[in-house]
Design a protein around this ligand. Structure first.
Ligand code: SAM
Length: 417
């Protein structure tokens, strides 16, 4: 049989069978994951060092001073589960390129895939670091609830929903969950009823659909986690090419789970002028407790054009990214050898500037709604800033306007053009 050798990063993959999945377009996804897990592994190692010697905690260890080597087994390092591994490429790259790994499990339900994972582990000489596993990912994750992983990576075809219930249970406290979703048509509003079935939220056709997709996935993960007294903290959430990818930390804490309603909300999108109004489901009370609002209340008709609304959601309203994590991550990138490094730096720089305001409008759409000539995005952004508001791009759309200005201000500016 003809065997093709594919090189990506420090891994070499033998692909003999056409039906074992390899997708070169996902190199960016794998590179970005390597960058994020590498930094996460340092954070974990810092905690291990501090536990071993509390004096270190008092003196404060600098993450930058932690030097771990990739490709070597580290007894104090992190454990990783790649639940849907296909050829094993991702796990092999993690083993060879991420410093501070204790053990990786590369799992797949398909016997052919597992055969290919085993061959590739041998070919890359990473037997010490990676164990091949032939199992249904959900069963493997349920069984691992008492023997949790520091990192769980879910990279399925299409929708990740069926894996989330077990995944949120088999992650160590403060561990990292990485989830890809490629069913963008469903998440981006082409089939709101399917989206509700799969993600427990209604999607909307909107220019901000890629960010809505991210926020629908986050509310879905958070909802699963909450059932087991666990809550999530997004580290980085990206829309790229034909998929979305979220990196979230999972923590245990019954009381914190009660804050979930205040992190969720519905979107009301006017059928006429497409103005989006967000209605949080709950609010944090002044005394610090959490209480659900008495059901969402919105104007029946849009304030701006007197049309009715489409309702979407619930979506996640809290930040999509941990900006402290991102700025430190950006500093570590220069020393990394990644095929798509330039693109990662570009995306992370935009992410780092992103305002923490849910959703965005796009300039061309705003202007076409009022049938006016479109000004330059720079001019429009300046107008918002001159009116005293903040404005940024979203990494998900090149002509996006993300702003803390209220809708009336945005329409006032649009009308003056
Ligand atoms: N993560 C891989 C990469 O980066 O190259 C690609 C994974 S591919 C998109 C999805 C894989 O999930 C397929 O190999 C498929 O056999 C496997 N799969 C589907 N359902 C599964 C299940 N219930 N348990 C384990 N593996 C499953």
């Amino acid at each position: 049989k003809h065997t093709e050798v594919i090189k990506e990063g420090k891994a070499e993959i033998l692909v003999a069978e056409k039906n074992v999945f390899y997708n070169p377009v996902q190199e960016f996804n794998r590179d970005l994951s390597i960058a994020v897990i590498s930094f996460f592994s340092k954070i974990r190692y810092k905690t291990v060092l501090e536990k071993k010697d509390p004096k270190l905690k008092d003196n404060g260890i600098n993450i930058e001073d932690i030097n771990l080597q990739a490709g070597l087994r580290n007894e104090d390092g992190i454990t990783v589960l790649e639940a849907l591994s296909a050829t094993g490429l991702r796990s092999i790259r993690y083993a060879k390129e991420i410093p501070g790994i204790k053990q990786i499990t590369a799992n797949d339900i398909s016997a052919k895939a597992v055969d290919s994972i085993k061959k590739n582990i041998q070919h890359n000489e990473v037997e010490d670091l990676i164990t091949a596993s032939h199992d249904d990912a959900t069963m493997l994750m349920y069984r691992s609830r008492r023997n949790r992983f520091d990192v769980v990576d879910l990279d399925p075809y299409g929708c990740p929903s069926i894996f989330l219930d077990s995944a949120v249970q088999c992650i160590a406290d403060g561990g990292l969950l990485l989830v890809t979703a490629t069913d963008m048509a469903v998440l981006a509003g082409n089939s709101p009823e399917t989206c509700y079935v799969k993600y427990g939220a209604i999607s909307l056709k909107s220019k901000a659909c890629h960010e809505i997709a991210l926020r629908i996935l986050l509310q879905h993960i958070s909802c699963h986690a909450g059932r087991y007294g666990r809550y999530i903290q997004p580290v980085l959430c990206i829309s790229a090419d034909f998929y979305i990818r979220v990196f979230v930390r999972v923590f245990s804490g019954q009381i914190k789970c009660k804050a979930n309603t205040s992190k969720l909300g519905m979107i009301y999108q006017c059928v006429g002028c497409e103005t989006m109004t967000i209605q949080p489901l709950g609010a944090i009370k002044p005394n610090g407790g959490y209480k659900l609002a008495n059901g969402p209340v919105v104007d029946q008709l849009c304030k701006h054009c007197r049309h009715k609304h489409h309702i979407g959601g619930p979506i996640w309203l809290d930040p999509l990214h941990d900006q402290v994590f991102i700025s430190k991550l950006l500093c570590t990138l220069d020393n990394m050898e990644l095929g798509t490094l330039k693109r990662i730096q570009g995306v992370l720089n935009v992410v780092h500037e992103e305002l923490d305001v849910p959703l965005y409008y796009t300039l061309d759409r705003l202007m076409s709604i009022v049938r006016c000539h479109t000004p330059t995005i720079l001019a429009f952004r300046s107008a918002l800033m001159n009116a005293g508001y903040k404005v940024s791009f979203s990494h998900a759309n090149k002509v996006s306007i993300k702003t803390d200005a209220p809708n009336e201000v945005i329409w006032d500016i649009v009308r003056t053009w």
